[in-house]
Write a protein that binds this ligand. Structure first.
Ligand code: ADP
Length: 439
């Protein structure tokens, strides 16, 4: 309850004391001594309470303030009220902290709270099993002093926290961890470590399965194709109906063969996920070769293919993969542009914020792609018009291969397309994967 005392009341009381003591003094003929005595008494009373207050604040263990009446009673009540408010807030805060910790303990992942200097401030129990960080024993230590891993140290040094990164668990053998660092509060990081070994194993199994199945399918398909071609060559023994049937079989076997071929390329590209910065590929020559090869692909469609290729552009990477990525974009432009279209292929250096990059682009004036499909066309088996794509021999894997190749060549695929007007597919290589010569 608020029991305030206004300044006017305080002065009124002082005046009352002085008037009363002055009146008594005047009756006894000691006016000024009476005033002096009452003033000193008042001072002593205040000093006494001041001493009591200081004692209570600094020495007393009791949470209840001393008892007093009048002004000092109001002061003590106010202090008591403040203290109570503070205590309630602290209780709420403690409750919140306990809730956060319970939540963090319930997480299936390891959680470590770090300062901006990567000093450990808190960790949950899972962090002990997966990372070897024990709270409170390791609080105050730099996290990379405990998790000794070159990849981890590099990520911390370069502040590369935009994407999750992976390390082997320092505690458990054969355990791969996915780590994420998030800014938390104003000056803290929350590091979350998740065991992804099972996922990794499943992913490896999936890749192996696709690679093995594709590989196993290759031989029977070759045998089938051989027999069909043999039958077609001895065509006189069959009437037209059967020749049509064999023609269809041959067409389907060719489609399946191409699909298996693409699947094999994709699983090879997927399995080889490391960036090779030792081999230099002459991309200018590679693209020139692809343009020459595309002429026979273009025989049926009769497009006009123009090119603008800057000489001597060298890229760090694998030539087989780069060839596959670039040729997919050229063959798509040929396949998805209606007859007698215009296709422009270009390879140029481009200025980037941190150096000189390279842009390879294939532009066509074909049908273009509706905006809702653009984000999805690099997914495996995603085809906009399935029947049309099938007719063009498309497997829906071409752009997925391109995307995977680019992932380990420091490059990105940029698609600009206007429905009804045409498309431009570009591969933009970062300056770090381009051999920097005097351009
Ligand atoms: P596919 O093997 O079927 O060609 P891709 O992954 O290479 O598969 O391409 C996915 C889809 O993107 C294609 O089915 C096609 O619909 C569309 N596409 C690719 N390139 C072009 C292009 N230049 N113009 C229009 N559509 C295209």
């Amino acid at each position: 309850m608020y029991l305030g005392t206004s300044t006017v009341t305080l002065y009124k009381r002082l005046l009352l004391v002085l008037i009363a003591s002055g009146l008594i003094g005047w009756l006894f003929g000691i006016f000024w001594p009476a005033i002096a005595i009452s003033s000193v008494a008042l001072l002593i009373w205040h000093y006494h309470h001041l001493v009591q207050l200081v004692h209570w604040l600094w020495q007393s263990k009791s949470i209840n303030p001393p008892q007093a009446s009048g002004t000092w009673g109001r002061i003590y009540d106010g202090l008591y009220h403040l203290l109570n408010k503070q205590r309630k807030k602290q209780k709420q805060l403690r409750h919140r902290i306990r809730q956060f910790r319970d939540g963090a303990e319930a997480l299936p992942d390891a959680a470590v709270v770090l300062s901006t200097d990567f000093i450990i401030e808190w960790s949950n129990k899972k962090a002990q099993n997966l990372l070897g960080v024990v709270c409170p024993n390791d609080v105050g230590q730099r996290v990379d002093n405990l998790i000794r891993n070159p990849e981890f140290s590099q990520v911390l040094t370069n502040y590369e926290f935009d994407t999750p990164f992976h390390i082997d668990s320092p505690m458990k053998e054969d355990t791969r961890l996915e780590l994420r660092m998030m800014l938390y509060g104003a000056d803290q990081y929350l590091m979350i470590a998740r065991d992804v070994s099972k996922l990794n194993r499943l992913e490896t199994m999936r890749r192996d399965f696709v690679a093995n199945v594709s590989h196993e399918l290759k031989t029977p398909l070759t045998v089938m194709r051989g027999y069909v071609e043999m039958i077609q060559q001895t065509g006189d023994d069959f009437d037209e109906h059967w020749m049509n049937v064999f023609g269809t079989i041959e067409g389907q076997v060719t489609r399946m063969d191409r699909l298996v071929e693409q699947l094999l390329i994709l699983s090879k590209v997927e399995n080889n996920s490391t960036y090779d910065d030792t081999h230099l590929v002459n991309l200018s020559e590679l693209v020139e070769g692809l343009i020459k090869d595309s002429q026979w692909l273009n025989q049926e469609k009769g497009h006009t293919i123009t090119s603008e290729i800057a000489p001597n552009i060298f890229i760090f990477g694998l030539d087989t993969e780069l060839k596959s990525a670039c040729s997919n974009l050229i063959s798509n432009a040929i396949a998805y542009t209606p007859d007698s279209g215009n296709i422009g292929v270009s390879l140029q250096f481009i200025k980037q914020s941190n150096g000189v990059g390279v842009k390879f682009s294939v532009k066509d004036d074909g049908t273009g792609i509706k905006p809702e499909h653009i984000n999805r066309i690099t997914e495996r088996f995603y085809r906009i018009d399935k029947s049309r794509s099938r007719n063009t021999g498309g497997s829906g894997l071409g752009l997925a291969i391109v995307k995977h190749v680019l992932q380990h060549h420091n490059a990105e695929l940029v698609i600009n397309s206007q429905w009804g007007q045409g498309s431009e597919f570009s591969i933009v290589f970062a300056s770090s994967s381009v051999e920097q010569v005097n351009q």
